[in-house]
Design a protein around this ligand. Structure first.
Ligand code: ZN
Ligand code: ZN
Length: 293
């Protein structure tokens, strides 16, 4: 079984919801029948990620995420980074430091290391431009990304190296998204995620942060059993997210299975009350969606 839980569903600047980060859990039996999933994957961990995980661990069914009164960070086995905005990576410094200092093997001076997954360009830039400042020093030495994480660098141009599996069953792969263009499409790296159940062929589509780009996603979205799509509620020229007005033009069958996420704090102010009639709805935070049985 594969389950999908948003730590938050908010935009980068949302205050009523946490940022749009996701906990993916793979189970041999299922929640209720085992204490903890067999494998866990965080898709992004933004600045509000630690507080969101702290809130989630207090909910029934998520007890394995806590130890005493604190977050049990080693319960997170892998973290996938879709791109470098702070609402997607701002919690990684805390995760790395707590894994190193609280959960590490102190006698041998070794941190607990989860796996970190992204394209090589994101991983290089993530360290050089974002994480290095706070993480490169430990008492008596300088350290690197690989001192905190086992690195899995995916290569989108090589089909064999663009995916990994959870429980040898769920195939997780990245695809490029049109989030921000410097000069041309895809020249600032950002990714969406597709998960295929190798046993049944069923699939999930997750847009990541992306402008509206249905021609690029049509095949994946049509094939998918469930879709999660980035949305921006207000119109704007040259946006970096998919506008609700654009998403309303999706084919009806696609809309019906598409949950919207990454939305602003005014989702329940009135003008968007018809969203559940036209889409699967606004994705809910801290709700464990069963994706594959
Ligand atoms: Zn974002
Ligand atoms: Zn972004």
């Amino acid at each position: 079984m594969l389950t999908w839980t948003f730590l938050g569903v908010g935009s980068a600047f949302a205050k009523r919801n946490f940022q749009s980060n996701v906990l993916v859990e793979a189970w041999s039996q299922g929640p209720g029948r085992q204490e903890a999933p067999d494998d866990t994957l965080l898709i992004d961990f933004g600045t509000t990620g630690p507080l969101a995980l702290y809130a989630l661990m207090q909910r029934p069914g998520f007890e394995y995420l806590r130890t005493g009164g604190a977050i049990n960070y080693p319960a997170i086995r892998r973290v996938l980074v879709t791109h470098q905005h702070a609402d997607h990576i701002g919690g990684l410094e805390e995760m790395a430091l707590v894994n190193a200092y609280t959960f590490g093997d102190r006698r041998r001076g070794r941190p607990f290391k989860p796996q970190i997954i992204s394209s090589i360009s994101i991983l290089m830039n993530l360290w050089d431009h974002s994480l290095k400042g706070g993480l490169n020093a430990m008492a008596g030495r300088y350290v690197l990304l690989q001192d905190y994480f086992f690195i899995l660098a995916l290569n989108l141009s090589e089909p064999d190296r663009n995916h990994f599996t959870m429980l040898k069953r769920y195939d997780v792969s990245l695809f490029p998204t049109d989030h921000i263009q410097i000069e041309r499409k895809y020249d600032w790296p950002s990714y969406g995620v597709r998960i295929v159940d190798g046993q049944t062929g069923r699939s999930l589509f997750f847009s990541g942060d992306s402008r509206f780009d249905y021609p690029a996603y049509a095949t994946m979205m049509e094939q998918a059993d469930v879709c999660f799509h980035d949305v921006q509620l207000f119109d704007q020229p040259n946006p970096v997210h998919a506008l609700l007005t654009e998403l309303r033009t999706l084919p009806r069958e696609v809309r019906a299975k598409t949950w919207l996420y990454h939305y602003g704090d005014n989702w329940d102010s009135g003008p968007f009350d018809d969203v559940p009639q036209h889409f699967a709805g606004f994705a809910e935070p801290a709700r464990r969606y069963t994706i594959f049985e």
